[in-house]
Write a protein that binds this ligand. Structure first.
Ligand code: FO1
Length: 322
């Protein structure tokens, strides 16, 4: 029998995938579902590319390039070399094996298949034990209003290396998106025990998920503790533009800002020891650990901390009901 999902993690790409792997390793097999940002998805060279879903697929499938955190370890770049020789756009690296996923996904989406269904099949073929759920089956695009004009996410992130100053963000297509039946089944299940927001960029990676109409309400209605792991360590992001974007949007890069950004959604926050001094001022339960996830043991430790906080909150709710 397929095990019931007990934990749902919300994730962007590289940073989120690290915690998802930690959660998978500390939970019994098959009990994790990961709800993945698709706001980074785009159509490039005629192919539908879903970087965060593929990062989760490769990470949980054990084939990710661990140094860069995305793409495959066992990769060759014959296609890119020839594309470059022909004068094609070469700013977005597509490995030969990776390319197969984009070709197959594009073909199957064009034939009318749902992203959720084909990603589940890819996951099965990669031997992934957890369930990978796209945030929506219809396209949503994260668009950044910058000093260089409005940019699609990958153009901002990869082509321009996050250099342009960001003034605002919007999620095109979000109004037409809906939580999938597969996600709602997880959220309605009595087996579910916790929802964990991975330390992904709250503005670029988690907000697109929360922008899907009905998503916040569905997460809250699950009734289980919702815990976020802060992406900041001592006011800095481990990787990526989180702190830079917060500064450009006029938001202080602090645990208080993360807590207020997720206010009304989360019940508790996991912070790094470096931010322990902020814990008392936050109007919610906090657990401190080392949140830097360099090794597998780190990922398991942060996962265990998030689950420990969720369990403590469930117990205190049960005591106050008794
Ligand atoms: N990130 C880069 O920094 N440079 C790339 O050329 C690049 C190519 C790429 C291809 C497929 C894929 O699934 C991911 C890829 N990424 C690349 C990662 C991706 O841009 C980001 O990690 C995420 O979108 C941010 O979460």
């Amino acid at each position: 029998m397929t095990p019931a999902i007990t934990v749902l993690a919300l994730s962007g790409g590289v940073g989120g995938a690290k915690l998802a792997l930690g959660l998978e390793r500390v939970l019994p097999a098959g009990e994790l579902a990961v709800l993945v940002n698709t706001g980074d998805d785009f159509t490039h060279l005629g192919l539908r590319i879903c970087p965060d879903l593929d990062t989760l697929l490769y990470t949980l499938g054990g084939v990710v390039h661990t140094g860069q955190g995305w793409g495959r370890a066992d990769e060759s770049f014959g296609f890119m070399e020839e594309l470059r020789r022909q004068g094609g756009p070469d700013w977005f690296l597509l490995g030969d094996r990776d390319l197969v996923l984009h070709v197959e996904r594009t073909r199957r989406l064009a034939a009318g298949e749902r992203l959720t269904v084909l990603m589940a099949e890819f996951a099965q073929r990669f031997g992934v034990r957890s369930r990978l759920l796209p945030m929506s089956d219809t396209p949503v695009a994260t668009l950044l209003d910058t000093e260089a004009g409005e940019l699609e996410f990958q153009h901002y992130f990869v082509r321009l290396r996050c250099t342009p100053q960001v003034r605002a963000l919007r999620f095109a297509g979000a109004a037409q998106a809906r939580p999938t039946d597969e996600l709602l089944n997880v959220l309605h299940s009595k087996a579910l025990q916790a929802v964990i927001l991975c330390p992904s960029n709250p503005y670029l990676s988690i907000d697109p998920i929360l922008a899907v109409p009905g998503m916040r309400a569905a997460l809250r209605a699950s009734g289980v503790p919702i815990i976020a792991v802060s992406p900041l360590i001592g006011g800095r992001a481990v990787k990526g533009p989180t702190a830079k974007i917060m500064q450009e949007l006029g938001i202080e890069a602090s645990p208080a800002s993360i807590a207020s950004h997720y206010a009304g959604l989360i019940d508790g926050l996991v912070l790094d020891h470096a931010d322990a001094a902020h814990a008392e001022a936050l109007a919610m339960p906090v657990l401190c650990t080392d949140t830097l996830m360099s090794t597998l043991a780190d990922r398991e430790r942060v996962a265990a901390a998030a689950l420990e906080l969720a369990t403590a909150l469930s117990r205190s709710r049960a005591r106050s009901r008794a």
